[in-house]
Design a protein around this ligand. Sequence first.
Ligand code: PRP
Ligand code: URA
Length: 212
Amino acid sequence: MTEKFANVTVLNHPLIQTKVGILRNVSTSNQVFRSTLNEVASLMVYEVFRDFPVKELEIRTPLEKVNVKQLSRGITLVPILRAGLGMTDGILQLIPEAKVGHIGLYRDKKTLEPVEYYSKFPSNLSETEVVVIDPMLATGGSACTAIDFIKKSGGKNIRFVCLVAAPEGIIKMTDLHPDVPIFTAAMDRELNDHAYILPGLGDAGDRIYGTE
Ligand code: PRP
Ligand code: URA
C-alpha cells in the first residue's frame, strides 16, 4: 500500500524494478520488451495472490496424513486487449489452471475514451477470483470500463494488475471501483497532453507488437 492511496500496492522488489528499467528504455527491442514484460508479470504474481483464499485438504505423504493448503476458488485472468496479453503468459506460467476471459478496448485517439470491440468471459465468472491485466493505467478509462463490464457479467472479487500507473488513473479507479485493489510496479508522475504516462514507457501495445 502507498501512503497516498490505500488501495494501491507498489511492488518495489529489486528484480521487478530492474526489469521496469529495461521496459522503460527506448532502446529495448520489441523482442526483449515482450519477454521482459512477461517476466515482470510472473514476479508480480506472488504479491497479487498473497491473500487469496485457501482451503485445507488432507493428503498422504509417503509416511503419513497431512493437511495441505490449496487455493479455494478458481481464477479468471482478464487481459485488456491488446497490451494486457503481454503480461498474461507470465502469470499463466505460475497459475496454469486459471481461465482467461478477454475484453477488447482501444482509446479513441481524439476523445481518449475507451471503445469496446470484444468481450468473452468464462460462464462461471461470478464464482472465481478475477484478475484484470493491463500494463498501463493512464486516465483509467480503459480499466474502469473493463471492470464495469466484468461486474455486469457477474464478476465480484476483482483485482487490477498493471506495470505503470498514473495518479489520474488511480484516482479514477478509486472513485469508481473502490473495492478493486491495484497492484503496480511503478507509480509515475503525470499524464502529458495526449494522456501518455510520464516518464512511462510509451505505447505498451506498440512496443509489444512492433506496431509503432
Ligand atoms: C493502452 C493500454 C490501456 C490504455 C490505458 O491501450 O494498454 O489499455 O491504453 O489508457 P487509459 O487508462 O487512458 O484508458 P490502447 O488503447 O493504446 O490499446 P492497445 O492495447 O490495443 O494498444
Ligand atoms: N497507453 C499506453 O500504452 N501508454 C501510455 O503511456 C498511456 C496509455
